[in-house]
Write a protein that binds this ligand. Structure first.
Ligand SMILES: [Zn+2]
Length: 197
């Protein structure tokens, strides 16, 4: 006997996203899945904002066209992150220079490990909750989605100066100068001292 209970559009959309991980979907498809209702886009926003599903759009990934949606990671954002206030989030992002504290990716720029992906920063615990870490700004840091998903775990070791030099030598002159510019901006005092010597 088929159930008579009416399944909500949000549930249908959630099931559809979870059954199609990694598949790019367009508005027409999602509208159909939602039963043709006009509020399908609002239901998708609820999945994102209320349930924490990391449904990606053109704002997150430059290879997605406007009106395209993609869910890659079935795991919703932890409840704590959804509860972080706008003020705390802004404070942590500012303190961390809008930079992932694990891999150094900068918010809004293409991710160093995946150029098609714009870096999106999340709030992550410094000391994990399971280890007694608190939901306070002092225990929260900016982490990009790639690190958040654990994809960058293998590259977490800080590179040594020797390894960095090998990489820098292989880069183009323009990239080397861009790096120099960045270092001079970051270490103005030391740069002035070196210039005098
Ligand atoms: Zn990262």
């Amino acid at each position: 006997m088929p159930s008579k209970r009416k399944i909500g559009a949000r549930t249908k959309l959630r099931d559809h996203f979870l059954a199609n991980l990694g598949k790019i979907m367009g508005s027409e498809e999602l509208r159909t899945v939602a039963g043709g209702i006009t509020e399908w886009a609002r239901r998708v926003r609820e999945l994102r904002n209320e349930e924490g599903f990391q449904i990606l759009t053109n704002n997150d990934r430059s290879d997605l066209k406007p009106g395209q949606y993609l869910l890659e990671n079935p795991k919703p954002k932890p409840a704590f992150e959804r509860a972080v206030s706008k003020e705390t989030r802004a404070y942590v992002l500012d303190r961390n220079g809008y930079t992932c504290q694990m891999c150094g990716a900068v918010a809004g720029e293409p991710h160093p490990f995946d150029q098609n992906r714009k870096t999106r920063l999340h709030m992550g615990h410094i000391v994990d909750k399971s280890m007694g870490g608190a939901d306070e700004p002092s225990n929260i840091r900016a982490i990009c989605s790639v690190c958040n998903e654990g994809a960058a775990n293998l590259t977490l070791d800080r590179p040594s100066a020797r390894k960095l030099k090998i990489q820098v030598r292989r880069a183009s002159g323009a990239d080397q100068l861009e790096l120099l510019d960045w270092l001079v901006t970051k270490y103005p005092k030391q740069a002035r001292k070196l210039a005098k010597d």
